[in-house]
Design a protein around this ligand. Structure first.
Ligand code: DAH
Length: 337
């Protein structure tokens, strides 16, 4: 074989190599144990004596050339210079930063509400989202004929024993009072469900925080003081508060609680419907029938309870006008919190 032809073939081949693997294949092909150079060397003894020396020198020169080409190319492949197609790792390049998420605004507000009560001695307790009819209604003194028990106001799961998706967090009052003796001061955050058509102010799933306190001598004034502290902490310190008489089966007396509108400061605007007041929660003194159901002596103990919608508090606090924004997972909305 003509060594000059081999040499030009070698020079052509090495140009197209651009990976360490390709380079190794090239090395084996020419310098391996059964490679081209070895084969050429093995033919020397068969040559006529006068040609041996010249041919041997040519083979040596070829080997030297291949080695120097290899060395040169190795440097290029490792540093990446002159190698176009093959990716290589540039350890000096800045990394791709991971986006760091944060808590959902509803989680943030829930934690804020609970921590205000927690700081003044309330424990935080959770209950199941699948409840019995007993805990969701009967134990809370909600009579059999009450409209909230209708299938269009509650998601029923199973008939006997009747199981449902809780429609409020109040059943955790029943659970906690059955298993723990007073004094009790508890807040209950969680999801609740109602078969409402979804619109700007309704969702079939939303969040509530329930709260209650039971001990000897608890009075309506305790409820007023604690709720006022709560509202002034979560909104601002100069809001006014009012209690409007209302009806809930599980409290007597009951009230709906309003704060002076945080937008217009009570003057009347579109957010408060020109009333100057915003309803934020329901509350009252725990009904003796609720105590009776859980075996607490209502002659000895009294207590208050309240319940609020987390979405409503968040919407008022941040001026959000559509509840659906909380559940659409649009990062343009979520990033603002
Ligand atoms: N459970 C009521 C609801 O979902 C809210 C509520 C009102 C809870 C008055 C209370 C209360 O504990 O005393 O509409």
């Amino acid at each position: 074989m003509d060594i000059d032809i081999i040499l030009s073939q070698v020079e052509e081949e090495i140009k197209n190599i651009n990976s360490p693997e390709g380079l190794e294949q090239f090395r084996l092909k020419y310098l391996g144990r059964k490679g081209v150079v070895a084969q050429l060397t093995s033919t020397i003894p068969t040559l006529p004596n006068q040609e041996k020396a010249v041919f041997g020198q040519k083979v040596n020169a070829l080997k030297g050339k291949i080695l120097s080409l290899l060395k040169e190319k190795q440097g290029a492949v490792v540093s990446g210079k002159g190698v176009s197609q093959e990716p290589y790792v540039d350890i000096g390049m800045p990394g791709i930063a991971q986006e760091i998420g944060h808590l959902h605004p509803l989680t943030q507000i829930t934690e804020e509400i609970c921590s205000i009560f927690n700081r003044i001695g309330f424990s935080i307790v959770e209950g199941p989202e699948i409840e019995t009819e007993q805990n969701n209604f009967t134990g809370l003194n909600i009579p059999l004929e009450h409209p909230s028990r209708e299938a269009f106001d509650t998601f029923y799961l199973k008939d006997y024993p009747k199981m449902l998706l809780r429609s409020h967090t109040s059943p955790v009052q029943v659970r906690a009072m059955k298993t723990h003796k007073p004094p009790l001061a508890i807040v209950v955050p969680g999801k609740v469900y109602r078969p409402d058509a979804v619109d700007a102010s309704h969702s079939f799933m939303f969040h509530q925080v329930e709260g209650f306190m039971v001990d000897k001598g608890i009075q309506f004034s305790d409820l007023k003081g604690i709720l006022e502290l709560f509202a002034r902490t979560i909104f601002n310190s100069d809001i006014k508060m009012r209690f409007r008489p209302h009806f809930f089966p599980f409290t007597e007396p009951s009230a709906e609680v309003d704060i002076s509108c945080i937008i217009c400061k009570g003057k009347g605007c579109s957010v408060c419907g020109r009333k100057g007041w915003l309803e934020i929660l329901g509350a009252g003194m725990i009904h003796p029938n609720v105590f009776k159901h859980v075996g607490i002596d209502s002659g000895k103990y009294t207590g208050f309870a309240f319940g609020m919608g987390v979405e409503r508090i968040a919407m008022l606090k941040y001026g959000i006008n559509d509840i659906r924004l909380f559940f659409e997972n649009d990062v343009r909305f979520l990033r603002q919190f």
